[in-house]
Design a protein around this ligand. Structure first.
Ligand SMILES: [Fe+2]
Length: 235
């Protein structure tokens, strides 16, 4: 089977899983510093996804079902998720407090240089490439949380390494289920309908590898910040 014959979603899933095997942070034991570093950078990323990246690719998306679903997700992230009667931002900040960060520290978070590169790269993909590339770029990490074995996007890892209780790790326990509805083979099914030409398929393949390298930068940035925090005493 040549690459051109391979099912596009199968290609996305396997390329993403292969790439993520070698990213820093994702499957390394958590330290207090590395956990704090993730929360400080993910606070910025969470806002970036919903305030910058998703609007950028959605503005060119002709599939209204995907647009509606994505706007509903943005509401859950930043405004209100009916299932938990809170925005995900709220439970993310609570996770930060549970690992020793103050609201002042989280409010003052700035992107690490490599995380800033991640933001610029993904914004460029979302604005300038096919909208499917933008959609994938803003959902591949949600896919990985549920599909890459041993990933730190699981409550059990935070409880095991940091001594958090089930309640303190709620952000992760909730996202173990919620993210399954945001990415993965079933959610990405419409890609098959829209990636009908070789040109679009090529755009997805070329955009995906850039998005994956950008994610490597994101996690490398977190790993470096985590090391600094552990060395200098956590913020
Ligand atoms: Fe969320």
């Amino acid at each position: 089977m040549t690459t051109a014959d391979r099912d596009i979603i199968d290609y996305v899933i396997h390329t993403t899983l292969d790439a993520a095997q070698t990213w820093p942070w994702c499957r390394e034991p958590l330290t207090k510093g590395s956990a704090q570093a993730f929360v400080l950078q993910h606070i910025l990323r969470n806002r970036f996804y919903s305030a910058v990246m998703r609007p950028a690719w959605m503005s060119r998306c002709p599939d209204l079902a995907i647009v509606r679903k994505t706007i509903a997700q943005m509401r859950q992230e930043l405004v209100y998720d009916d299932a938990i009667q809170a925005a995900h931002t709220k439970i993310l900040w609570q996770l930060g407090r549970n690992i020793g960060l103050t609201d002042e520290q989280m409010g003052a978070a700035r992107p690490e240089p490599l995380v800033a590169l991640f933001f610029s790269s993904l914004e460029d993909l979302a604005r300038n490439r096919h909208w499917l590339v933008g959609w994938l770029g803003s959902s591949i990490d949600e896919f990985l949380g549920g599909n890459l074995a041993g990933h730190n996007f699981h409550a059990d890892n935070w409880m095991r390494d940091l001594g958090l209780s089930e309640e303190q790790a709620f952000f992760w326990r909730y996202h173990e289920k919620a993210d399954l509805d945001h990415a993965g083979e079933a959610v990405w099914e419409p890609i098959r309908k829209h990636a009908t030409s070789e040109a679009v398929r090529n755009e997805i393949e070329q955009g995906l590898v850039v998005a994956l390298e950008a994610h490597r930068c994101f996690y490398e940035g977190i790993a470096r910040l985590g090391e600094r925090l552990d060395r200098n005493g956590q913020k």
